[in-house]
Design a protein around this ligand. Structure first.
Ligand code: NAP
Length: 227
């Protein structure tokens, strides 16, 4: 099985790649810096291949898709993990919309464009899964304050995208789910969160669901959570 993980050079992306490798997958370790992709893939070892991929770059996405096609001819699993701007410093009422737009490029349009570019390769794959790494911060039900507006808005949009892609790809047998990893101690999550291994486990679960498994859902620790 061939898997591609975006933002795989650190944090949850790196740990997701590590766990998928341990499960026997071949993993494309995608990172926006070429040396970061190369170093991480080398550290993760056999079965890990570096891929330079800035998810905001149309040319980058096309080049990455072409590399995957040339090398493997298909893709089975896509984990849209890369994200930015956990904007704890602002509220919706006074939010800098430039920050919100920038977040949307990485957190929403990046995954969307990547799915579109990789779809021919996914259609050529087997037991195909797309995991959109989301957050409870994007839950409309939980959205009772205007805090982290760029992050919350873009994760809610990613959840909406998950529903739409799941519906569009249901007949292809491609399962598409959103996963919140919980609060995890990474650069983004900061100290105090749980270990990356625990957060990544739920992502890997969604990436390796059996045929006939759920699609169009929002999960944390394998359990459905409120949109
Ligand atoms: P992180 O430590 O900040 O890592 C983010 C990763 O995304 C880095 O590898 C970064 O690459 C990459 N990235 C950012 N912009 C990119 C771009 N344009 N193209 C490609 N890669 C890009 O974050 P994390 O905590 O591991 O979070 C991973 C995912 O889990 C995110 O979707 C996040 O929203 C979600 N999440 C995290 C928590 C938490 O508590 N940590 C909670 C809920 C959800 P560089 O190294 O080049 O910057």
């Amino acid at each position: 099985m061939i898997a591609l993980v975006t933002g795989a050079n650190r944090g949850l992306g790196r740990e997701t790649a590590r766990q998928l490798l341990a499960g026997g997958h071949t993993v494309l370790v995608a990172a926006r810096q070429e040396d970061a992709a190369r170093d991480t893939a080398a550290q993760l070892g056999e079965g890990a291949y570096p891929l330079r991929l800035d998810v905001t770059g149309t040319a980058d996405i096309a080049a990455a898709a072409e590399q995957v096609r040339e090398r493997f001819g298909h893709l089975d699993v896509l984990v849209n993990n890369a994200a930015i701007h956990y904007d704890t410093w602002q509220h919706a009422v006074g939010a800098d919309l430039a920050v919100v737009r920038e977040a949307a490029e990485t957190n929403v349009f990046g995954p969307w464009q990547l799915v579109q570019a990789l779809l021919p390769l996914l259609r050529a794959g087997s037991h195909q899964r797309i995991v959109n790494v989301s957050s409870g911060a994007g839950s409309l039900t939980e959205m009772t304050t205007g805090s982290t507006p760029a992050y919350s808005l873009t994760k809610a949009a990613l959840n909406a995208l998950t529903r739409m892609l799941a519906a569009d790809l249901r007949d292809d047998g491609i399962l598409v789910n959103a996963v919140c990893p919980g609060w995890v101690a990474t650069d983004m999550g900061g100290p105090g969160g749980r270990p990356v291994s625990e957060g990544a486990a739920g992502i890997v679960w969604a990436a390796t669901l059996p045929d006939g498994g759920p699609t169009g859902g929002f999960f944390r620790d394998r359990l459905p959570i409120a949109w």
